[in-house]
Design a protein around this ligand. Structure first.
Ligand code: 8YV
Length: 327
């Protein structure tokens, strides 16, 4: 009997391709050729499953080109690359990769927070440029992390991981805002206090964004929100590009409306707003918050388990639109 046909949209861990090949006829992209949305649709034609990453857009147009498609398994916890309504309408199951990256991503949120507060990359660039010829008392003086107020916008699993690190590791006063308030036991474990968005913006010394992207979170942080922040505050975005208005942020950093920013995600990435590249008080990383060797492996394994679970055994692990299963 022939194996079900699947597409792996980007280059991934070779062992993952090998594991998928035990169950499926796999068309892969180990050369990591960039495909346009039209090319992705074309490649999906005749496939029943797809292994996707956060940059692979699946919407009505791609789905129209792939009438046999039954599942897209995202190797990412975020799934704003999926048009879930369009997938559900066509009976295509969507799965994501939650939990396996929570602690790794929270670690990175903290790394970016600390690098921003203590001006780590700015001072390294100075040193590498051969500009360090004497000590001076205010050289790269930053802001304290311990004992400061940590604000978190979006209090899902990753937000809670950051809160725990801040409260228990650095004695921070943790405040958060979220669509819904956490249960009292979770608030207690995170030692976090719920506040409204304005209070969060006005009070935080370090504001970390960990909310999902959706049309309602588009530019949740723009010029007017930044204007509410302390001039000494730092803004950290490990969530998604588009949640911050990058042009407004670059202007605020240039004018020292806030002290600094640490960004892992960008509007229209991998392009980065040119003004962000010219301001010194921002730490920029290329969307690597979940990038550790064990976590990448775990994310790939979960996406693979979803494909095998659904296409071979009829049981996906982490469905996003489970209503498709009962049709
Ligand atoms: C991924 C992410 O690196 O999981 C997510 O939502 O943003 C990242 O962990 C990226 O999306 C790869 O699929």
């Amino acid at each position: 009997m022939s194996k079900p046909k699947i597409l792996v949209a980007r280059a991934i861990i070779p062992a993952t391709v090998a594991r998928l090949e035990e169950h499926f006829e796999v068309e892969h992209n180990q050369a990591d050729q960039p495909w346009s949305k039209q090319q992705l649709g074309h490649k999906l034609a005749g496939k029943v499953g797809a292994f996707t990453t956060g940059g692979d857009r699946i919407d009505a147009e791609t789905l129209a080109a792939a009438p046999e498609l039954k599942i897209c398994a995202n190797m990412a916890v975020g799934y704003n690359n999926f048009d879930i309504d369009a997938m559900t309408a066509r009976g295509v199951l969507a799965t994501n990769a939650p939990d396996v990256l929570t602690e790794t991503t929270a670690d990175f949120g903290f790394a970016l927070l600390m690098a921003t507060a203590r001006r780590v990359t700015e001072s390294e660039h100075f040193l590498r440029a051969g500009k360090w010829d004497r000590w001076s008392f205010d050289m790269f003086a930053g802001s304290d992390v311990h004992g400061s107020t940590l604000g978190i916008l979006g209090m899902g699993r990753i937000g809670q991981g950051i809160a725990r690190r801040g409260a228990h590791g650095f004695g921070m006063n943790v405040i958060y805002h979220n669509r819904s308030r956490l249960a009292p036991d979770l608030e207690a474990a995170c030692r976090a206090r719920y506040v409204d968005k304005d209070e969060l913006l006005r009070t935080a010394d370090h504001l970390v964004l960990v909310l999902p992207y959706s049309p309602s979170s588009h530019h949740a942080i723009g010029a007017s929100e930044i204007a509410l922040m302390k001039p000494t505050a730092n803004l950290i975005n490990i969530a998604r590009g588009g949640i911050v208005d990058d042009a407004a942020l670059a202007a605020a950093l240039r004018d020292r409306k806030i002290a600094g920013a640490g960004l892992d995600v960008y509007e229209g990435e991998p392009k980065v707003h040119p003004d962000l590249l010219t301001v010194p008080n921002v730490v920029l990383t290329p969307h690597i918050a979940s990038a550790t060797v064990p976590t990448r492996r775990a994310m790939a394994d979960l996406a693979t388990d979803n494909l095998i679970g659904f296409l071979i055994h009829g049981k996906p692990l982490t469905p996003l639109n489970p209503e498709v299963l009962t049709r």
